[in-house]
Design a binder for this molecule. Structure first.
Ligand code: ADP
Ligand code: MG
Length: 240
């Protein structure tokens, strides 16, 4: 589904991603963790071209990410993204947030788009909030709307960037539950998260990044109980 080969990225002089190699197969669930500033967000933002890489290859379902707008459009279609700060449109209702891209990007008729939105809002158990504005919802509810909004575009791959780290503790579970369900339904997922319980239960692989590099990757059991690198051990000792 996703292949990165020798991917490098710089912000000006700052070398933020260093020789990243990563392959994600269909249905695989990958958790990425690592210290703040290690390049996790940059890495997943490169996968749907919210950031541009300068060296190496990124392929999403065999479409190479290049400057070709057609390729970028194809990839954006396949890849859904959920951000730490929800990024909902504040002036649109929950329902409108979920229908906007369907109507304008996919040219789906409004009625159909609304039916799809209600189906997915029901799936994240928030259908009764459809007429409200994001500001009237709790953080956990807003994040579930953001997930539903992404799913409305029928993505093949979902990218999550610390989806629970802006949430109050009591709301983390309601968002993780939705993510676990998605994982169980076979969605290909790449999640930046420090929720190690989530990593243990659903991840096929855990990747540890530091200073723009993949330092270590393993199945969760090995990763948590027998980390190889000193940097991974230090990181785990700080978060567990
Ligand atoms: P993480 O998500 O692991 O915390 P990021 O990918 O957000 O890390 O950032 C990695 C590094 O790149 C950090 O040092 C950050 O300050 C820097 N950085 C992130 N975005 C930009 C940007 N748009 N311009 C310049 N530097 C950036
Ligand atoms: Mg980040």
């Amino acid at each position: 589904m996703i292949t990165l080969q020798g991917v490098n990225k710089w912000y000006g002089d700052f070398h933020v991603l260093r020789d990243i190699d990563l392959t994600v197969t269909k249905g695989e669930r990958i958790v990425i963790c690592g210290p703040s500033g290690s390049g996790k967000s940059t890495l997943i933002r490169c996968i749907n071209r919210l950031e541009e890489h300068q060296k190496g290859d990124i392929l999403v379902r065999n479409t190479p990410l290049t400057n070709d707008v057609k390729h970028i459009e194809i990839i954006r279609r396949e890849v859904g993204m959920v951000f730490q700060h929800f990024n909902l449109f504040p002036h649109l209702t929950v329902l409108e947030n979920c229908t906007l891209a369907q109507i304008w990007v996919r040219k789906t008729p409004k009625k159909e788009a609304e039916a799809m939105a209600m189906k997915l809002l029901t799936r994240v158990k928030i259908q009764d909030q459809a007429k409200k504005y994001p500001g009237q919802l709790s953080g956990g509810q807003q994040q579930r709307v953001a997930i539903a909004r992404s799913l409305c575009m029928n993505p093949e791959i979902m990218l999550f960037d610390e989806p629970t780290s802006a949430l109050d503790p009591e709301m983390i579970k309601e968002v993780l539950d939705v993510m676990v369900e998605l994982a169980e339904e076979g969605m290909t997922m790449l999640c930046v998260t420090h929720e190690m319980g989530f990593a243990r239960t659903v991840a096929d692989r855990v990747i540890f990044m530091d200073e723009g590099q993949i330092i270590e990757e393993n199945d969760p059991e090995t990763f948590f109980h027998h980390p190889e690198s000193e940097r991974t051990k230090l990181f785990l000792s700080q978060i567990l």
